[in-house]
Design a protein around this ligand. Structure first.
Ligand code: FAQ
Length: 307
C-alpha cells in the first residue's frame, strides 16, 4: 500500500470503530504515541509493586498477607501483558527498560509516594486501584486491539484490588481511635496524588488532541477525574472518612462535586523525578534488573537449546 492508501485505510477503521491490529499499517505518529502510553502504563504496573511489596512481611494476618501477595503478583502480570502489547508495535522489552532507567519514559506519579502504615495499603487498593479502574474501563474501548484486550482482563483484576483496599479501610474505621486516625491519615496523604493520576487538566494535556482523533482516549483526563471523585466521595462517607478538601461541594447543576485546586507544581516535580521516592524506586528497579540478568540468560539459553 502507498502512503495515501495506508492513511485512508487507517482513517476508515478509526471512523468505523474497528480496532487497529499489529499487522495493520498505521501512521508512524500513532505507533509512537501508543508505545509511549502503553510502555508508561506497563512501567507503572511494575514500579507499583514496590510500595505494596514493602508491607508483605508486615501484613497483620495470614489472610491479609495472602491477599496482598496475590494482588502484587497481579500487578506484575499486568505489566507483562502491557509490555507484550507494546512489543507488537515494534519496540523491544530491553528498549523500554532502557527508556525507563534513563528517565525518558515516565511512570505514574502515584508510585513515588511512600507506604508508611498498613492503612496505606488500604488507601492504595481503594484509591489508586480505584482511579486506575476508572481510567482503564474507558481504555477497554481504545482503538489499538492488543491494548484494548489487555484492559479487559486487567479491569477484572483491578476491581478485586479496589475492594480489598476498601475492606482494609472499612475495617480500620470500625476499630480503635488510633486505627481510625491511621486510616484518615492515609486518606489525607493519598487523596490528592490519586487525583493527579488522571493527568493535567484537559487544557494542559498536549497529547489529548491526537489521542482523541485516533480514539486512543475515549474520555478526557478531567472527565475521568470527575467520575472518580463522584463515586469515591460517597464511598468515603459510608465508612466515615473525611475527604481532605475543604472546597469539595456537591454541584446540583452538574450532578457532580466541585473540588479544590490540585497542586500542579507538586505533580510536575514528581513526574520529573523529584518526588519523595523517585530515586529509591528507580535504584531498586535497576538493581533487581541487574541481579536478574542470569535468569534472562538461562531462559534464552534454554529457548535456544529447545529450538
Ligand atoms: N503520572 O498529555 P497528557 C495502576 C504525563 S496503573 C506520570 O495528558 P496522556 C495500577 C504524560 O505521560 C496507573 N506522568 O498525556 C496499579 C505526558 O508526558 P510525556 C497507570 C503523567 O498520555 C495500582 C504529560 O504528563 N495508568 O495504577 C501522568 O494523553 C496499584 C502530559 O500529559 C496508566 O498509565 C501521571 N499520572 O494522558 C499498580 C493509564 N499524567 O509522556 C500497582 C494509561 C500525565 O509526554 C498498584 N495512560 N503524565 O513525557 C493514560 O491513560 C494516559 O497516558 C494518562 C495521561 C491519562 C496517564
Amino acid at each position: 500500500m502507498n502512503t495515501v492508501d495506508v492513511i485512508a485505510d487507517f482513517t476508515h477503521k478509526i471512523e468505523n470503530d474497528l480496532n487497529i491490529e499489529p499487522k495493520d499499517q498505521m501512521p508512524e505518529k500513532y505507533r509512537l504515541h501508543l508505545i509511549r502510553q502503553i510502555s508508561q502504563h506497563a512501567h507503572s504496573e511494575v514500579i507499583g509493586m514496590q510500595p505494596e511489596g514493602n508491607w508483605i512481611t508486615r501484613a497483620p494476618s495470614l489472610r491479609a498477607k495472602q491477599i496482598l501477595l496475590a494482588k502484587i503478583q497481579d500487578e506484575g502480570g499486568h505489566g507483562l501483558y502491557l509490555y507484550s502489547a507494546a512489543e507488537t508495535l515494534g519496540i523491544s522489552r530491553e528498549e523500554m527498560l532502557e527508556q525507563l532507567h534513563s528517565g525518558k519514559a515516565k511512570y505514574s506519579n502515584i508510585f513515588n509516594y511512600p507506604a508508611l502504615t498498613w492503612a496505606d495499603i488500604g488507601a492504595i487498593g481503594w484509591l489508586v486501584d480505584g482511579a486506575a479502574i476508572v481510567n482503564q474501563v474507558s481504555l477497554q474501548r481504545t482503538s489499538y486491539g492488543p491494548y484494548a484486550r489487555a484492559m479487559v482482563r486487567i479491569c477484572k483484576e483491578e476491581s478485586f484490588h479496589q475492594r480489598q483496599g476498601y475492606e482494609i479501610m472499612a475495617n480500620m474505621m470500625k476499630g480503635t481511635e488510633a486505627q481510625k486516625a491511621m486510616a484518615q491519615d492515609a486518606m489525607n496523604r493519598w487523596w490528592w496524588p490519586s487525583l493527579m493520576m488522571f493527568g493535567p487538566h484537559d487544557s494542559d494535556s498536549p497529547h489529548a488532541g491526537d489521542a482523541f482523533a485516533w480514539k486512543i482516549k475515549r474520555k478526557s483526563n478531567d472527565e475521568l477525574r470527575q467520575k472518580f471523585i463522584d463515586k469515591t466521595v460517597q464511598q468515603a462517607e459510608v465508612i466515615g472518612l473525611t475527604v481532605p478538601d475543604p472546597e469539595l461541594k456537591w454541584n446540583e447543576a452538574k450532578e457532580g462535586y466541585d473540588h479544590g485546586e490540585i497542586n500542579w507544581e507538586e505533580f510536575k516535580r514528581v513526574i520529573n523525578g523529584n518526588g519523595p521516592c523517585n530515586k529509591q524506586r528507580m535504584t531498586h528497579h535497576i538493581q533487581m534488573h541487574q541481579e536478574g540478568a542470569w535468569v534472562r540468560e538461562a531462559a534464552a539459553a534454554y529457548a535456544k537449546q529447545q529450538s
